[in-house]
Design a binder for this molecule. Structure first.
Ligand code: C2E
Ligand code: CA
Ligand code: CA
Ligand code: CA
Length: 273
């Protein structure tokens, strides 16, 4: 709890101080994470209804020798706030494309590889050029694997025009777009309609509540609307058999979750093939 001082000044207690210190410490070390090779990629398989691995989502992992493992839920928002996400995001994309090239050469042919892109990174003025540079460098155009960028809804519609514009430019490189975390933010169905996306991810917060009739109905209508909009549907956070069965009944395209696979390091992912 925080106490109000005499003049309405907030006096931080020890606990709050520790949290802030911790955050500053993370910020300090994060700044060198790429240069010190502390960031690794994991790959979580996405399977079809028959359980066959069709694609994967790239998930960043950070281990620092002083502070240990830090969750992306912690370090990604910090990287967004400090602007470090620009460098970090480029590094992650390049590593993912290198994996794609390697897999293609060794006969591992995925239909898709999904990379998370922060809005801050996505709206950076150098983003399109950076993507083009990497696509040229690895000649990504010649591969059959579809690169998908997962983006999340934004809090306002201010940037909508810019977002749509960037999406359309990147689509020229053959990139597809997925709406991640749909329904957890501020966006509406009309927002969804305006976004030239190809795929929608059913957030794990919905999947985990499918035993609730209301939630199940909501997911059912999200899927039906997506279907009408010709979107491919991926369910995330599928942990239980009944969730998969329910989603399969609704004709969900791909499934991602611990019921099938946890995120794997590259070697373990490759061993699946
Ligand atoms: P997200 O994009 O929604 O990713 C899905 C998260 O759910 C991942 O957490 C994944 O490990 C987790 N997950 C997958 N299946 C299950 C399941 O069955 N049960 C449960 N409980 N969880 C499951 P993770 O890897 O900790 O990533 C957290 C978030 O950090 C991501 O959420 C994404 O927003 C962000 N993130 C991770 N990697 C990157 C990245 O390379 N770039 C950016 N911009 N953000 C990233
Ligand atoms: Ca994601
Ligand atoms: Ca998600
Ligand atoms: Ca998320």
């Amino acid at each position: 709890a925080k106490n109000k001082g005499r003049d309405g000044i907030i006096i931080f207690n020890d606990e709050l101080c520790k949290i802030i210190e911790k955050k500053l410490e993370i910020e300090r070390y994060l700044h060198f994470a790429v240069d010190n090779s502390e960031v690794k990629l994991q790959y979580q398989p996405q399977v079809n209804a028959q359980g066959k691995v069709i694609g994967c989502e790239v998930l960043a992992r950070w281990h620092n020798e002083h502070i240990g493992d830090v969750s992306p839920d912690v370090f990604i928002p910090i990287a967004e706030n400090t602007g470090y996400i620009i460098e970090l995001g480029e590094y992650i994309l390049e590593r993912a494309l290198q994996a794609l090239v390697k897999w293609d050469r060794s006969g591992i042919r995925l239909a898709q590889i999904s990379v998370n892109i922060s809005m801050r990174q996505f709206l950076d003025n150098s983003f399109i050029d950076m993507v083009e540079k990497l696509f040229d460098r690895y000649n990504i155009y010649s591969f059959k694997t579809q690169v998908i960028f997962e983006i999340t809804e934004t809090s306002t519609s201010d940037n909508l025009k810019k977002i749509v514009d960037v999406i359309n430019k990147l689509k020229n490189f053959g990139i597809k777009f997925s709406m991640d975390d749909f329904g957890t933010g501020y966006s509406s169905l009309s927002y969804l309609r305006e976004m030239p996306i190809d795929e929608l991810k059913i957030d794990k917060s919905f999947v985990s509540k499918l035993d609730d009739e209301q939630q199940a109905l909501l997911v059912k209508s999200i899927i039906e609307i997506s279907r009408n909009m010709n979107l491919s549907i991926v369910a995330e956070g599928v942990e239980e058999k009944y969730q998969k069965d329910f989603l399969e009944e609704l004709d969900c395209d791909l499934y991602q979750g611990y019921l099938f696979y946890k995120p794997l390091n590259q070697e373990d992912f490759e061993a699946l093939f």
